[in-house]
Write a new protein. Structure first.
Length: 202
């Protein structure tokens, strides 16, 4: 298991690419940067602080740690809970094989696990691609092909629809997909999303 200090080391080496970065090695191939005059004006006004979302929210987590941030299925979560759970999930994802700049198709319902996952991906420098739970093979496979995504995160089922069957079809057509993570019971070849109780315990 990667240590907490190990994740801090990753943060020192990684900055999530964004429109506020100077064009060059920080930009992904194919990204069209903002015009320099716009970027300069936004920096002067303080709109852009050359910080990743993970860095911006780290300040929020520190400042408002004991305040309630989310309510899900009858349970409340503070900003500190979200920070701690996303940190632990980030370590799990690194151990699982995700790498900085990996594109991750996230197809999750409106639950607290989505929040933990989003911030975990930001902390390790992955790029989340948000998909709807109502999307099926046509949409999800297109997202994967266009982005070169390495990972799909899906619920187990929605009604009679089996998302793991869908991801297996996507894998067969899109060799970039190496990982499948399931919110629910995972069959062989998939990883199960960690339990909230394990991510949030003190």
């Amino acid at each position: 298991m990667t240590s907490q200090t190990g994740l801090a080391g990753w943060r020192l080496r990684i900055r999530t690419p964004g429109p506020f970065f100077i064009p060059g090695e920080d930009m992904l191939p194919g990204v069209v940067p903002f015009p320099p005059e716009f970027a300069g004006r936004y920096r002067e006004k303080g709109y852009w602080r050359d910080k990743s979302l993970a860095e911006e929210f780290a300040e929020v987590f520190r400042q408002y740690g004991d305040r309630i941030a989310f309510l899900d299925r009858g349970k409340t979560y503070t900003y500190a809970d979200v920070d701690r759970a996303s940190e632990r999930l980030a370590l799990n994802l690194l151990d699982f094989g995700l790498q900085p700049l990996d594109r991750v198709v996230v197809q999750m319902p409106n639950v607290i696990e989505f929040v933990f996952l989003y911030f975990a991906l930001q902390k390790i420098g992955c790029i989340p691609i948000a998909a709807l739970v109502t999307h099926r093979f046509l949409e999800t496979s297109q997202f994967v092909r266009l982005s070169g995504a390495t990972t799909c995160v899906v619920p187990e089922r929605a009604g009679d629809f089996d998302f793991q069957d869908m991801v297996e079809r996507v894998r067969a057509e899109c060799p970039s997909v190496k990982h499948g993570i399931v919110f629910g019971h995972a069959r062989p070849g998939f990883a199960a999303f960690p339990a909230v109780s394990r991510l949030t315990r003190d």
